[in-house]
Design a protein around this ligand. Structure first.
Ligand code: DGL
Length: 259
C-alpha cells in the first residue's frame, strides 16, 4: 500500500500521476487540511505534523510513503527516515537539476512556499546541481490557500502571479520549477503569465515513478482511500473538482507517536 500525504490538495497531483502509471496500486492519500498551509509554520512544527501524518499512514498498512509536500520534505524527510527505517519514504525536492540542463537564458525561477524557498534543501540543490545558472527562489505565500479555495483558474490567481513573478520575468527566467505540489493545479495560470518560450517543470510524474519503483509497482486492487483532518464533505467536492473522481472521504485526527 502506498501512502501519500500533504498539508492539503497537493498530494492529489501525485495520486493522479500514480494512478495513470499504476491502475492496480492501492493508495491512501491524507490531506492535513486542518493545519494547512504548512509553508509559514516553524520547521519544528512542520516536522511534528509530518510525523503525525506518516504515523497515520503506517498504521493503515503503508510501507511506502510519498511526502508529497516540499515544505514537509525540507523539514522532515531525514527525521522520518531515521524514525522509521522499515518504511520507504519518497520526498519532493526542487527540480533544479533538470531545470539547469533545460534553461537557455541561464535564469531559473523556483516557485515554492516560504519554508521551501528559505529552507536548506533548496540551497543544497542549487549548490549541487545549479551548474552556475542563476537560480531565483520565489516564495508565493497565499497561493496554496487560493488553490485550496478552488480558485486555481480564477482571474485573481493570474493577477497574483503577474505581480509575484514580475521580478523573475524581468530577469529573463525561462524555466520555472514547481517546488510546491499545490502549484501544479495552477500550471495553466503560471504558463499564461510567464508566456511563450518558457518551460514549467513539475516533478509529480518522476516522483510517482520513484514511489512505484520502491513499492513494487502496479500491484493491488486499485483502491484509492482519501482522508482529511478537516471537513470530508469539502474535500470530496475538491477531489471531484480537481480530479473528476467521486470518492468517499474519511476524517482522521492524526496523533503523535514517533515525532
Ligand atoms: N503542497 C505543499 C508543498 O509542496 C504546500 C505546503 C503548505 O501547506 O504551505 O510545499
Amino acid at each position: 500500500m502506498i501512502g501519500v500525504f500533504d498539508s492539503g490538495l497537493g498530494g492529489l497531483g501525485i495520486v493522479s500521476a500514480l494512478r495513470d502509471l499504476a491502475p492496480a496500486a492501492d493508495i491512501v492519500v491524507l490531506a492535513d487540511q486542518a493545519r494547512a498551509p504548512y509553508g509559514d509554520r516553524p520547521v519544528e512544527e512542520v516536522r511534528r505534523l509530518a510525523h503525525r501524518a506518516a504515523d497515520e499512514l503506517i498504521d493503515r498498512g503503508c510501507t511506502t510513503i510519498v511526502v508529497a509536500c516540499n515544505t514537509a520534505s525540507t523539514a522532515a524527510l531525514s527525521s522520518l527516515r531515521d524514525a522509521r527505517p522499515d518504511v520507504a519514504f519518497v520526498g519532493m525536492e526542487p527540480a533544479v537539476k533538470p531545470a539547469a540542463s533545460h534553461t537557455d537564458s541561464g535564469v531559473i525561477a523556483v516557485l515554492g512556499t516560504t519554508g521551501t524557498i528559505e529552507g536548506g534543501l533548496l540551497a543544497s540543490m542549487i549548490e549541487r546541481f545549479g551548474m552556475g545558472r542563476t537560480v531565483k527562489g520565489v516564495a508565493l505565500p497565499g497561493l496554496v490557500e487560493m488553490i485550496e479555495d478552488g480558485l486555481a483558474h480564477a482571474p485573481a490567481v493570474e493577477r497574483f502571479l503577474e505581480r509575484e513573478l514580475a521580478g523573475a520575468i524581468a530577469e529573463g527566467a525561462d524555466t520555472y520549477v514547481l517546488a510546491c505540489t499545490h502549484y501544479g493545479f495552477a500550471r495553466d495560470a503560471i504558463e499564461t503569465v510567464t508566456g511563450s518560450g518558457t518551460t514549467v517543470i513539475d516533478p509529480a510524474e518522476p516522483v510517482a515513478r520513484q514511489a512505484l519503483r520502491v513499492s513494487g509497482g502496479n500491484q493491488g486492487s486499485g483502491a484509492t482511500i482519501v482522508l482529511t483532518t478537516a471537513d470530508p464533505v469539502r474535500m470530496r467536492r475538491q477531489v471531484r473538482l480537481i480530479l473528476g473522481w467521486d470518492l468517499p472521504v474519511g476524517r482522521v485526527e492524526t496523533r503523535t507517536t514517533t515525532g
